[in-house]
Ligand binder design. Structure first.
Ligand SMILES: [Ca+2]
Length: 374
């Protein structure tokens, strides 16, 4: 009997171990893609934050500018002793009287000026090619006309010199093509983070046009000084007699350090400051000392306080400045001083301090505020 031998089924071959997934090889493209997307997103974010053009006209509209109503009255205008800047003629002191009026609590900001430009399409003088008339007005009679190629839009920008020494005004301010209210230091600068700073690079006509659009007007010089004194009489500053930095806390935005080359920015602001950065004066008005010079309605003359009227003085009928090569260069009064003032150089940020400006000129430290009838 034959023994049946069971046929053995050969064992199934052991399953071939699966090849380890090619994790590295398959995911590299994905990783590279993610890295590329991440780098692109980071670049786009950086551009969005700091690199994209900044359009002040595309920003949110600010709340209306607050105004303060003042009763007017008699006050002591000017100073008994004009200090080192005698040609600015802030003496003699004398009794003056102004009627009731209203005045902006702050300087006109970039945000408010943008509202004006958005509504009207207004183009400031600094954004236009200078007229030959405006340039000729500042030249001594007989000087030749400037060549046409230098007549380009621009404005005066304060640029500190490299080191100490005597520097003429024209060595501290540079004519910068393309500088204007939207580009305070020139074409590569903008108003990012500065919409609440005072507008600068505005000529008198620009300030006057804004005021008319807003249903207001520029303050007279007398109104401005009445407002700046804040109800105080005979005080050195708009806040009283303490020095601007006494006690360690600065009371206004002026210059600290060695003018014009080294600004320590001790008050926190080497250039313009946002309005309301310092305490208001007794009438609730901000920046009546320092920050930016403010255009007034009056023509400038050095003898205004000698010959002018004492009641609601509106200034002379025309300007005259004997310190100019062309003394009839039309100039208007400016008040309040700026971030470039310091007791060692320009103390005209005091309430009686007078400034003056060629009506065709704008600069990086000149702005304005408005007034209105009651
Ligand atoms: Ca300052």
């Amino acid at each position: 009997m034959s023994k049946k031998v069971a046929k053995r089924t050969p064992p199934a071959p052991a399953p071939t171990p699966a090849a380890p997934p090619a994790v590295g090889r398959r995911r590299w493209p994905l990783v590279l893609l993610l890295l590329w997307v991440g780098a692109f997103a980071a670049g786009a974010l950086a551009w969005w934050l700091v690199g994209r053009p900044f359009d002040p006209l595309a920003q949110a509209a600010p709340p209306p500018a607050a105004m303060v109503s003042l009763p007017g009255g008699k006050f002591r205008m000017g100073t008994p002793d004009s200090e080192r800047d005698g040609h600015f003629a802030d003496a003699p002191d004398h009794e003056a009287e102004v009627g009731p009026f209203r005045i902006d609590a702050t300087e006109v900001t970039n945000a408010h000026f943008a509202e004006f430009v958005r509504a009207t399409g207004y183009v400031t003088v600094a954004e236009q090619k200078p007229t030959l008339e405006s340039v000729r007005a500042g030249l001594p009679p007989g000087d030749p006309d400037p060549p046409d190629e230098v007549l380009v839009p621009g404005s005066l920008v304060f640029v500190p010199p490299d080191g100490p020494g005597k520097h003429r005004v024209d060595q501290r301010f540079k004519w910068v093509p393309g500088a204007c209210w939207k580009h305070p230091e020139g074409p590569d600068s903008d108003l990012r983070g500065r919409m609440d700073h005072p507008v600068v690079h505005v000529c008198w006509a620009d300030a006057d046009a804004y005021a008319k659009w807003a249903g207001k007007r520029l303050p007279t010089e007398a109104e401005w000084e009445f407002a700046a004194r804040g109800g105080l009489a005979g005080k050195a500053y708009v806040w009283g007699d303490e020095g601007p930095g006494d006690g360690g806390a600065w009371r206004c935005n002026i210059w600290q350090g060695d003018f014009p080359w080294r600004n320590t920015g001790g008050d926190g602001f080497p250039r313009t400051a946002p309005v309301k950065s310092f305490a208001p004066n007794g009438y609730g008005l901000y920046d009546m000392a320092g920050n930016v010079w403010e255009w007034c309605a009056d023509w400038y003359r050095p003898d205004t306080y000698v010959t002018g009227s004492r009641k609601d003085p509106a200034g002379p009928d025309s300007s005259f400045d004997p310190t100019e090569p062309n003394p009839t260069l039309p100039k208007r009064v400016q008040r309040g001083g700026s971030f470039l003032c310091s007791d060692g150089f320009c103390s005209r940020y005091k309430p009686y301090g007078r400034g003056k400006g060629d009506v065709f000129s704008a600069a990086s430290h000149i702005g304005f505020r408005c007034a209105a009838n009651p």
